[in-house]
Design a protein around this ligand. Sequence first.
Ligand code: HSE
Length: 418
Amino acid sequence: METHKKLTIGLFGFGVVGEGLYRVLQQTPSLNATIKRVCVKHAGRDRNAPPELFTTDKDVLLNDPEINVIVEVINETGPAYEIVTTALKNGKDVVSASKKMLAENFPALLALQEETGKSLLYEASACASIPVIRNLEEYYDNDLLHSIRGIVNGSTNFILTRMFEDNLDFKSALLLAQQLGFAESDPALDVEGWDAVNKWSLLIAHAYGIIKAPGEIIRNGIQHIKLSDATVAQEKNQSIKLVAQAQKLQNGKVAAFVLPQFVKQDDHLAFVRNEYNGVVIESGFADKQFFYGKGAGSFPTASAVLSDIAALRYQYRYEYKKKYHHKPLELTDDFYLRVYVSMDNAIPLPKEQFETLEEWHSDAERKYLIGILPFLALKNGNWWKENNTSLILMPDPIVESMEVAKLKKISLELAGIS
Ligand code: HSE
C-alpha cells in the first residue's frame, strides 16, 4: 500500500486563506506537496507569487491528470460546489474550507464520496485551527458523547469582546473584524448566526450522525443584542456569547441550536475572547474536555487545510462513523429552554409563550423577563426575532422535565404582569 503519496495540488482561491496556505506550504517542505496551479477569479492582479502559477480557467486544474488534490478556498457557494463535485468525479481528493457550501449540500456530497471513493476533507470549515471534526470523528468514535457546546464564529466573538471590554460600538467592532480578515465577505452571515449554524450542521453530523440542513436548526445571531442586555450580563457577572449547543437528552434524542447565551465566569467558554473559538465536549466517562484555538484568520485556517493535505498522504477519509457504523441520532423539539427576553416598553410581553416566569424588570426604555419556554415556541414563531426583541439563553439553558421547572414556577397571573 502506498503510504506517503506525493501530492500535486490545484488550488482554487488566493484570498486570506489561499495565500496563507501558499505561504504555509512554502515553510513545510517535508510534506512532499506542491501547488502546481492556482485558479483565481481575476487575472492580472499583483500577487505575491510567480505569475505563471495563476490561471482563471478552472478546467486547467480540474482536467490535469497530474493534479491529484484540489484545495478549494473560494468565497462563492455555487462555484465551490461545482469545483468540489467535478474534482471528486474526476478522481481527485478534495480539501475544502467552504462551510456554507458543505453544510447546504451535505447529503449530495456524502453520496458523491461513497460513489467515487475519493476523500473530501474540511477541517478548516469549522473552528479553523481547532481539530474538532477529526476528533469527533476518530476520538469520540462511540455513543458516549453527552454534549458539545462551542463558540464557533470568530467574528461575532471578536465583536462581542470588543463591545464588552473596550466599549467599542457594534459598527466599529465589525469593521475591525473585517479589516483583520475574520469576517465573511457578507458580514450578515457572521452577525446573524448563519456562519455558526453552517458549522454546527457539519459538527453535529460528525458528533451524532445527524444530517440536518442549516435552515432546519434554530438560530439567531448577535444583531439584536442591546447595550441594556450587556448591562444585565455585567450585573450578573456574566458575559454574552454566541453559543452553538447540542446535547443528548434522556429521551435518547438530541437538542441542538445556535443562540446568544449568558455565560458564567467559570464556564470554559467565558475564557474564549476575540477571534478565538472554543468547544467543550462532555462525554460519558471523561467528563468535560475543552478545545481552544483561533477560529478565523489566514494562517490559523491555513493550518487546518495543511493538516488535511497531510492526512491525504496516507489516504485518510472521513468514515462518518456515527452515521454509518452506529445508529445515527435524531434531533428533538421536546424540551424547554430557560431564556431572557428583552423588548421595547411599547411591545406587550409574550407571556402566553412562557411556562414559568422567574424574574422580570422594567425601566423607562426597555423591559425584560426570565423564564422557561417550550423549544417549540421558538420553532413555531418569529416573535423572538422581531420588533427589537432580544432573546438570550440563560446559563445551562436546557430544561428536560417540566416537573423540575414547576417547582420554581411563578405564574404570570400571580406576578400580576399584564
Ligand atoms: N467568518 C468566519 C468567522 C471565518 O468569523 O468565524 C472563519 O470561519
